[in-house]
Design a protein around this ligand. Structure first.
Ligand SMILES: NC(=O)c1ccc[n+]([C@@H]2O[C@H](COP(=O)([O-])OP(=O)(O)OC[C@H]3O[C@@H](n4cnc5c(N)ncnc54)[C@H](OP(=O)(O)O)[C@@H]3O)[C@@H](O)[C@H]2O)c1
Length: 235
């Protein structure tokens, strides 16, 4: 049997209740990691808690965190630090899609809430965990092919900003040898995908479990930088 690649590694994953985040949590637990998962309500994570029981890793905690609320982010970070001590992996996965359309037609409130959840919240989470990050820790920001894409409204803007934040954090944390990577999962069969493409047959879109390999390999130490397409992962 091959050794577990994330044995002894401690991860915080946002948006672990469904979709990509849940698949990443399960992949990390399959590889022996200790994981703290978040969602807006801890009860959303009951299903993950049940599935985790059969896996070799440890789901150390499920925490409520609303990325739109900095107090909630800081409280969740404090909770994760209390549960994990040091943190080796942060996956900023949770996000909102919001209404699509031209930026000029995007209501200010939608713009502000998407920027909070998709950009300011993830940066705040890293800031609140910074002192606990281990030497050689990795931050994985989940981005999108829609980054900077016209007529994707606030979502396109926020994912472009998250890509830039990834590079800025990499420089900010370079002295600590913390790596920062953005992964675009590509089209994945989730609630968000269905909201974006309601007429699409979900059976034609990949299941989240099929895109987790780069999340595992990078968490395990693969030397990757910048923005990465999960579909092009060949290592
Ligand atoms: N699916 C795709 O095809 C696709 C393509 C490219 C990129 N992505 C990216 O992949 C990531 C995951 O997307 P997904 O498709 O898995 O989406 P999803 O099914 O809608 O799941 C979103 C997750 O984010 C959490 N969340 C939503 N609002 C939140 C908030 N205000 N604070 C904290 N957590 C919040 C949700 O948890 P609760 O609702 O339980 O709180 C849920 O766990 C996102 O960053 C998305 O942009 C997805």
């Amino acid at each position: 049997m091959s050794p577990l690649r994330l044995q002894g590694r401690r991860a915080v994953v946002s948006g672990g209740s469904r979709g990509v985040g849940r698949a990443v949590c399960l992949a990390y637990l399959r590889e022996g990691a200790t994981v703290v998962a978040t969602a807006r309500s801890a009860t959303h994570l009951d299903g993950l808690r049940r599935d985790a029981e059969a896996l070799p890793g440890v789901l150390a905690g499920t925490l409520a965190m609303d990325l739109a609320d900095p107090e909630s982010v800081r409280a969740a970070a404090a909770g994760a630090r209390a549960l994990l001590g040091r943190v080796d992996i942060v996956v900023n996965n949770a996000a909102v899609l919001g209404p699509r359309g031209p930026l000029t037609a995007t209501p200010f409130g939608d713009l502000r809430s998407a920027l909070a959840v998709n950009v300011a919240g993830p940066v705040e989470l890293v800031a609140a965990l910074a002192d606990a990050l281990s030497d050689g820790a990795v931050i994985i920001n989940v981005t999108s092919g829609a980054a900077g894409r016209a007529r994707w409204g606030a979502y396109g803007l926020t994912k472009a900003a998250l890509n830039i934040a990834t590079d800025m954090l990499a420089e900010d944390l370079a002295e600590r040898r913390v790596r920062c990577v953005a992964i675009n999962p590509g089209p994945v069969r989730t609630e968000m995908r269905h909201a974006a493409y309601p007429d699409e047959d979900p059976a034609t879109v990949r299941h989240p479990r099929s895109i987790v390999e780069p999340f595992v390999a990078i968490a395990a130490g693969a030397p990757v930088e910048g923005v990465l397409e999960a579909s092009e992962w060949t290592r």
